[in-house]
Design a protein around this ligand. Structure first.
Ligand code: FES
Length: 73
């Protein structure tokens, strides 16, 4: 399986999350401030429903922070 397969995470409704856009965060897929000096910043997002989501780790999805299958193309 690709090292860029999506990560399944349980997200809670109305909680704020910060999706890592730089790829340096050790706890992918969330920002841990490792982006300093990269010129990239995290994307704040919330979800409408508490459930499991598949979040993008390759950063190529056209629907970030969610996986759209781009890692396999
Ligand atoms: S650690 Fe990657 S955007 Fe913050």
């Amino acid at each position: 399986m690709s090292g860029f397969a999506p990560k399944a995470v349980l997200l809670e409704k109305a909680q704020e999350y910060y999706f890592c856009n730089c790829g340096k965060g050790k706890e992918q897929v969330f920002c841990n401030s490792s982006h300093k000096g990269t010129g990239k910043t995290p994307t704040k997002f919330t979800v409408e429903e508490s459930k499991e989501y598949h979040l993008c780790t390759c950063k190529k999805s056209l629907n970030l922070p969610y996986c759209d299958g781009s890692h396999a193309r």
